[in-house]
Design a protein around this ligand. Structure first.
Ligand code: C2E
Ligand code: MG
Ligand code: MG
Ligand code: MG
Length: 285
């Protein structure tokens, strides 16, 4: 399926792993080997300003390039990596690779935008996360203002005291935080103001039927108002159509991410996109 879509796509096959215990063990071993053999790769999906059309950031999304299965979706293997603890080395590889890639884009004059890296619950709760992030920034030379960490609402709300403390440490380092999949977890809204957040990402489930479902419009409008009230950047995920974009524009959302503008891209294709955008800018000035 992914191949039929041709170039400029970096979509994943959606194999479902309905696993027996023995298969789970097998998969765990395979994930281990995948790390050693360099079978993981990152796709990059731009976040775009609705008004100006500028790319405001790139989100790194991990893929497993399995020798037989092809590209495996993180939705399939992240839960297993999370359960087995393999998420730690995989997550470190993702962070290092994404920061290194962004630093390369910055050095070649292609980017002055942040790269966003997703953290799972276990990564978020590892005791030395702050040191690890600091170390990767130093190793790659990336300035902390060019890194965003995306954590899910669910992860953030598990232990709000822990979250508050951790996010403040990251803020002091200059790393920005996005609250991912917002609206799908249970947020006690009063906690939101205590977290030093940079961005709220409206979950795709509210964007999907935005143009047909008055309830989804109401939710999107409320999240956007909440974000603006708290002085946060608001990004809508999973925008696939012009109609959804028009609706979000009407609701005063400032950024979108989704297939309508771009699917997740290989690093080569993301580089080409940044080059094209830079040329356009030079022409329009
Ligand atoms: P997410 O962070 O909410 O990422 C958005 C997901 O929606 C991505 O799926 C992306 O490819 C997909 N998407 C983007 N635009 C559209 C659209 O217009 N339509 C539709 N139908 N889908 C769209 P992906 O890459 O399969 O990732 C799924 C989830 O896996 C991510 O959700 C994130 O929670 C997790 N994940 C991805 N990469 C990493 C990683 O490096 N580390 C960790 N811990 N989790 C990751
Ligand atoms: Mg994300
Ligand atoms: Mg998301
Ligand atoms: Mg989501």
């Amino acid at each position: 399926r992914a191949k039929e879509k041709g170039r400029n796509t970096y979509e994943v096959y959606t194999h479902s792993f309905d696993l027996l215990a023995s298969e789970l063990l097998d998969l765990e071993n395979r994930l281990h080997r995948a790390l050693e053999r360099g079978e993981f790769m990152l796709a990059y999906q731009p976040k775009v300003n609705i008004k100006t059309g500028e790319i405001k950031g790139m989100e790194a999304l991990v893929r497993w390039n399995h020798p037989e299965l092809g590209l495996v979706s993180p939705a399939k293997f992240i839960p297993i990596a999370e359960e087995t603890g393999l998420i730690m080395p995989i997550g470190e590889w993702v962070l290092k690779t994404a920061c290194g890639q962004n630093q390369a884009w910055i050095e070649s004059g292609l980017s002055a935008i942040p790269v966003a890296v997703n953290l799972s619950v276990r990564q978020f709760r590892q005791p030395d996360l702050v040191q690890k992030v600091a170390q990767v920034l130093e190793e790659t030379g990336l300035d902390s203002q060019y890194l965003i960490l995306e954590i899910t609402e669910t992860a953030a709300m598990l232990d709000v005291d822990f979250t508050r403390k951790l996010l403040r440490e990251l803020e002091q380092m200059g790393v920005n935080i996005a609250l991912d999949d917002f609206g799908t977890g249970y947020s006690s809204l009063s906690y939101l103001k205590q977290f030093p957040l940079h961005t709220l990402k409206i979950d795709r489930s509210f964007v999907k039927d935005l143009t047909e479902e008055p309830a989804d419009i109401a939710i999107a409008r409320a999240v956007i108002a909440l974000g603006h009230g708290l002085d946060l950047n608001v990004v809508a995920e999973g925008v696939e159509t012009q109609e959804q974009l028009d609706c979000l524009r009407m609701l005063d959302c400032e950024e979108i991410q989704g297939y309508f503008f771009s699917r997740p891209l290989s690093s080569e294709d993301a580089t080409h996109l940044l080059q094209r955008m830079r040329l356009q800018q030079e022409v329009s000035i």
